[in-house]
Design a protein around this ligand. Structure first.
Ligand SMILES: [Zn+2]
Length: 439
């Protein structure tokens, strides 16, 4: 089923016209209401009214997370505070949080795009929607919540944590659709097994998951363990929250809601726009948001766009499942390395769990990569020789996949810290040394 068939299946020419019209109005709004943008546009010699077409986006300045921080808390808002009805914030790993605001109309748009998202995953009025994203300042919980109500599903606002209770209510209330981070879905699956429960004890049929990058192998594992369809959803609070893009049941790229968010893919070094199909950094311009419109926001997420019509009938452009963030990319001995590559290797081996920790250090001017890997319960009791063999196989596979060698250390099951939200996969000691910080 398609929630908004008119927009989701609109032909590209009509969509471009609509985007152009909305972009023009958006530029006017930020020029007259946000001093930060007025100054930036004036520096480029751009007046409101100059921009009428999507193709002109490339003439416009970018916005970064640092710009949001510099204008903390409300400096980039384009409406008076009396128009703001909700504020969310994301805790940064360093410094001040990123603050985002919504008008009543923004919240309506948000519910609309999340309703499209959940419908894409097969949700409808008869579903019981189990929301295990955190509620509060984080956009995950409340963002999915209102979209689920709009669809007409029965909503369980569980929030994160308290895994035993999550399982109990999921079972007793007959939850059919789960919303959480992929790492938490795996955590739930493990807890389910430990409690002696099987997927047959539940009514789950699908899960919508996002807020952290995850691999195809992780998807297979989640689908297998929970016997569900795992749908990738994409969003970030700076753009609106969850509901920027989502997979349909074809699971072949995420449809972006282009009538609200115009995507571009740019070269992360030169910032030049790249043609469809090329890998680069994803950039968004919000064209309908009132409270916090953002112009060419650099997401740091790496992906490519596919403009071909999808089998599901939607014409909205698809972004490939995110391959990682340009921020997460580690440069080790000059080679670009993503944690997701290590995850792929581990998920292919039946003796290991997808729980790992990469420790990067620099010793005598040489980068050293050590990977701690959890071994599955049933294999850990095996003889030393078997474990040595396994270690060698992982080391070889890592070397072919990453293009660099790593010291692999096998550890007992459940020794690497579990997280109920986003997981920490990397400790880069080189950074710690450079900044002199402690964490
Ligand atoms: Zn589709």
């Amino acid at each position: 089923m398609i929630w908004n068939e008119y927009i989701e299946c609109l032909d590209r020419e009509d969509l471009n016209k609509l985007q152009g019209k909305r972009l023009r109005k958006m530029i006017e709004r930020i020029y007259f209401n946000v001093p930060f943008y007025r100054k930036k546009l004036q520096e480029q010699g751009i007046e409101p009214g100059d921009i009428n077409e999507v193709e002109q986006l490339k003439l416009l300045p970018f916005t970064t997370k640092q710009d949001l921080r510099d204008n903390y808390p409300f400096g980039l808002f384009a409406v008076p505070q009396s128009e703001i009805v909700r504020v969310h914030a994301s805790s940064g790993t360093t410094g001040k949080p990123t603050v985002v605001g919504y008008t009543r109309k923004d919240l309506d748009i948000w519910s609309e795009v999340v309703a499209r998202t959940l419908t894409s995953a097969g949700a409808g009025k008869t579903d019981v929607m189990h929301i295990a994203y955190g509620y509060g300042l984080f956009t995950g919980g409340l963002g999915v919540h209102y979209g689920a109500e709009k669809v007409g599903a029965t909503v369980l606002p569980m929030s994160g944590g308290n895994t035993q209770r999550q399982l109990q209510l999921m079972k007793d209330f007959g939850s059919t659709i789960l919303a959480c981070t992929p790492s938490y879905a795996l955590f739930l699956a493990e807890a389910m097994q430990e409690a002696g429960l099987t997927p047959a004890d539940f009514k789950l049929k699908a899960a919508v998951m996002g807020a952290e990058p995850w691999t195809e192998e992780m998807r297979t594992e989640i689908e297998d363990k929970l016997k569900i369809k795992a749908i990738d959803i994409y969003g970030l609070s700076e753009i609106i929250g969850p509901g920027v893009a989502t997979e349909c049941t074809c699971q072949n790229g995420l449809h972006i809601y282009e009538d609200h968010f115009i995507p571009e893919v740019v070269d992360p070094e030169t910032l030049e726009p790249l043609p469809y199909g090329q890998l680069g950094e994803l950039v968004f311009t919000t064209i309908t948001k009132q409270a916090l419109p953002v112009l060419r926001y650099r997401t740091r997420d790496l992906t490519r766009l596919n403009v071909e019509k999808c089998e599901c009938g939607r014409t909205l452009v698809r972004m490939e499942k995110c391959l990682g963030r340009s921020d997460d990319m580690l440069i080790i001995r000059g080679v670009n390395v993503f944690p997701s590559q290590v995850e792929s290797v581990l998920l292919e081996m039946r003796e290991t769990k997808p729980h790992y920790l990469m420790i990067v250090d620099r010793i005598n001017n040489l980068d050293i990569l050590e990977i701690l890997v959890e071994v599955d319960d049933q294999f850990f009791s095996d003889e030393i020789r078997e474990l040595e063999n396994l270690k060698k196989r992982i080391r070889n596979k890592i070397e072919t996949t990453l293009g660099i060698s790593a010291n692999v250390k096998l550890v007992e099951p459940k020794t690497i810290e579990r997280s109920e939200g986003k997981s920490k996969r990397v400790i880069d000691k080189r950074k710690i040394k450079k900044t002199g910080g402690t964490s």
